[in-house]
Design a protein around this ligand. Structure first.
Ligand SMILES: Cc1cc2nc3c(=O)[nH]c(=O)nc-3n(C[C@H](O)[C@H](O)[C@H](O)COP(=O)(O)OP(=O)(O)OC[C@H]3O[C@@H](n4cnc5c(N)ncnc54)[C@H](O)[C@@H]3O)c2cc1C
Length: 418
């Protein structure tokens, strides 16, 4: 089933009775060439690019719940390519280019909206740091403009420019940054992969990984054993638990990150804004809700919900930056489990000492925007056993050797600051 304006019109006139399911609800087969554990954004995009770029279709994606029920459907939808360090910058730049063609590629409306992202700065030192970052973005071929205080005021007149504690000095504007409808991205990749023959198996939790003589042989699941020549672990916040099934420890801590949405309002915020003096970022969804979030809750957890102190902290930051937000009613809040690495950068690698086992994790706060490039590079690694150039630095051994650590924020291993 292909989507088009004509099709929407024809279906509208005929009672919308002709739409078919977006993907096949597959039953697990006893054997596949490859098994992907985890039906989130990264697992689905990996399966899609394995089929599309490498012609591999005897693949299953095994998801313990429903597709898109994890972080890919829980994030605040921000897409950007504004990284400073090499290793990350070319990867996210590639991801942005994939985003820009994604709807045509998938024939699916993921509501990608390049409404522009503005990172505010509040001191001379912070301005210098953002100017450097902007220059690196331009060198990478991406876009960046340094805005003065007056430049920011023209675009975001509702911010509090008068308050003395965190005066707004200006902002780094990234016009190609923006948002996309998060679960539609999962559905679009799911549909594309399923159309190419990939089996998407829901309600199928992987409970064990079969390894014989250092070679992966398959997985144990709640729906029986499945043999596979290659297995990819792509489970975000549960990476440590699943890697533990292969007796491997990861340099990952799982932390809760919360998000909030208000009642629907008329259009007021037409950019993505990030506060520079606290963890707070905000955009407005196409339905009108103000979508915002902040810092991690300060404890490790596998619960997909957070606690009140962080709610208070986020609301305080929002009120400091734009007091008008105090009039909006918060409708909902929720949490997701973040896979935090010590340097804030991801891992796309083979699992050392186990042939045929691969891992894609460590996406921290920012894995939604990475979904296209992560799938692209992980598929390349699983299909060819070679690291893709764009993800060449995402090796796990950097945490052992200390070489090639990509500490974007320069905050060392303090997870809540990455
Ligand atoms: C509140 C919040 C806000 C965020 N905001 C942004 C943002 O604005 N921009 C951005 O770029 N990123 C953001 N992120 C981060 C981003 O959402 C994640 O980094 C990314 O979605 C993680 O990858 P994923 O989509 O594959 O994860 P998930 O969707 O969590 O996929 C992993 C899947 O694995 C499944 N699984 C786990 N264990 C097993 C098992 N044993 N067997 C089978 N399946 C299993 C899970 O059920 C899950 O569906 C945010 C995250 C949160 C929680």
């Amino acid at each position: 089933m292909r989507f088009s304006g004509l099709k929407v019109l024809a279906q509208g006139l005929s009672g919308n009775k002709g739409w078919t399911a977006h993907w096949r609800d597959a039953q697990p087969k006893p054997e596949y060439d490859m098994v992907i554990i985890g039906g989130g954004g990264h697992g689905l995009s990996t399966a899609y690019y394995l089929a599309k770029n490498h012609g591999m279709t005897n693949i299953a994606v095994l998801e313990k719940g429903y597709l898109g029920g994890g972080n890919v459907g829980r994030n605040t939808t921000i897409v950007r390519a504004n990284y400073f360090l090499q290793g990350n910058s070319e990867f996210y730049s590639h991801s942005m280019k994939l985003w820009e063609g994604l709807e045509q590629e998938l024939n699916y409306n993921v509501m990608f909206s390049q409404r522009g992202l503005i990172n505010l700065f509040h001191s001379d030192g912070q301005r210098d740091a953002f100017a450097r970052r902007g220059n690196m973005m331009i060198n990478q071929g991406d876009d960046a403009q340094l805005l003065s205080r007056e430049g920011v005021r023209k675009m975001l007149p509702y911010l509090d420019f008068e308050q003395g504690r965190f005066p707004i000095y200006g902002g780094l504007y990234h016009p190609r940054g923006g948002t996309a409808r998060h679960d539609a991205v999962a559905w679009g990749y799911a549909r594309g992969a399923s159309d190419r023959g990939v089996d998407l198996v829901q309600n199928c939790e992987v409970t064990g990984i079969d390894i014989e003589g250092g070679v992966v042989k398959g997985v144990q699941t709640t729906r029986g054993a499945i043999r596979a020549k290659k297995v990819g672990i792509i489970v975000a916040g549960r990476s440590g638990l699943v890697a533990g099934m292969a007796e491997r420890r990861l340099p990952i801590e799982s932390h809760v990150l919360q998000a909030f949405v208000t009642e629907g309002l008329k259009p007021v915020i037409d950019h993505v804004i990030s506060f520079g003096m606290g963890h707070f970022y905000i955009s407005q969804s196409d339905k009108g809700g103000l979508v915002f979030g902040g810092d991690l809750d300060f404890y490790s957890s596998y619960a997909q919900r957070g606690n009140l102190p962080m709610k208070e902290h986020v609301m305080e930051a929002g009120m400091t930056l734009m007091p008008m937000i105090g009039k909006a009613k918060v409708l909902r809040s929720w949490g997701g489990i973040m896979d935090m690495t010590p340097d804030g950068s991801p891992i796309i690698d083979k699992m050392e000492g186990i042939d045929g086992l691969y891992i894609d994790c460590g996406w921290n706060y920012g894995g939604f925007k990475a979904v296209p490039a992560s799938g692209w590079c992980m598929a390349h690694l699983m299909a060819t056993d070679q690291h893709h150039d764009y993800a060449a630095k995402f090796r796990m051994d950097r945490f052992r050797t200390g070489v090639s650590i990509m500490d974007e924020e320069g905050t060392g291993s303090q997870h809540n600051l990455h």
